[in-house]
Design a protein around this ligand. Structure first.
Ligand code: NAD
Length: 281
């Protein structure tokens, strides 16, 4: 079984991006800039933002975090996004989710210029992705996609099963694999026989939030299994896949932690650089 080492693949990607930033600086006399807006003091968001800032600095991006208390008015945030949209030194804007209840998430997402939307959540980017046009792609599925391609460069005709249909994971992941000519099934909480669907799959991407949902007898021999889940349990952080047993049947599997997580952050940097390059064309 191939253990898909997300930490290692992400480190390689960051190194490629670091070199690209140097080249872009020579070519344009400017470096791509990422601005993260963080609202409130939720511990996980604080940790994610710190990790993103560290990774951005490591590859040489200009990075900045704008912090607001959880009580900030929605208008203040929207006005700030407008200001960032107009600032040419900023290539990418990310508003860390989740947001406090009084702030309309969709309004925030739609206020970010599509060309600076490094999360790929703006309806224009969602539409472009599903139409097969160039777009920002949500960081987590993009990271999963790059890992799958490392294992299997030719995905044409493969049967892929997404577990979960969120806008963040399942749906964009399905679009990426569809573009690679996979036959894609999206399953969800109302799917009648999830095990039977999974048993058909050459590729399984589990993004559910249920600890160790996917068992060994759900997985076809030699399937590639990508575990997006992050679940806090008594035995620590586990994914949506029962790692020990599935590792005995799968061809390749991501660990949790150390699989999808590091790739998500590296892909945010990649998206920032892509936004910069598109703005120059
Ligand atoms: P979500 O809650 O938005 O969506 C979960 C999906 O799972 C839904 O579509 C739901 O229909 C489906 N589902 C629920 N129960 C099911 C069942 N019994 N069978 C089949 N499908 C079922 O979650 P999300 O935001 O997509 O996140 C999913 C998981 O991925 C969470 O554990 C989250 O923490 C993790 N996550 C990890 C990363 C990362 O970088 N590693 C990034 C984002 C999310």
């Amino acid at each position: 079984m191939i253990l898909i080492d997300g930490k290692k693949i992400a480190a390689e990607l960051r190194e490629e991006l670091r070199k690209e930033v140097v080249e872009l600086k020579v070519k344009h006399n400017k470096i791509p800039g990422l601005t993260v807006v963080l609202i409130g003091d939720m511990a996980p968001s604080q940790i994610y933002v710190r990790m993103k800032e560290k990774a951005a600095n490591e590859v040489g991006l200009k990075s900045e975090v704008i912090r607001y208390p959880g009580t900030v008015e929605e208008k203040t945030v929207l006005d700030k996004i407008d200001e960032l949209n107009k600032d040419e030194s900023i290539s990418g804007i990310l508003v860390q989710l989740p947001l406090p209840k009084h702030i309309d998430k969709q309004k925030v997402i739609e206020t970010i210029l599509p060309g600076k939307d490094v999360d790929g959540f703006h309806p224009m980017n969602v539409g472009n992705l599903s139409s097969g046009y160039e777009s920002s792609v949500p960081c987590t599925p993009l990271g999963c996609y790059l890992m799958i391609k490392k294992i299997e460069p030719n995905l044409s005709g493969k049967k892929a099963v997404m577990i979960g249909r969120s806008n963040l994971n399942g749906k964009p992941m399905a679009q990426l694999l569809l573009k690679e000519n996979c036959t894609v099934t999206i399953t969800h909480s109302k799917t009648k026989d999830l095990k039977a669907e999974c048993l058909e799959a050459d590729i399984i991407v589990a993004a559910v939030g249920i600890p160790e949902l996917v068992k060994a007898d759900w997985v076809k021999k030699d399937a590639i299994v990508i575990d997006v889940g992050i679940n806090k349990t008594e035995k620590g952080i586990v994914g949506d896949v029962a790692f020990d047993e599935v590792s005995k049947v799968a061809r390749a599997l991501t660990p949790v932690p150390g699989g999808v997580g590091p790739m998500t952050i590296a892909c945010l940097l990649k998206n920032t650089i892509e936004c910069f390059k598109r703005s120059k064309n």
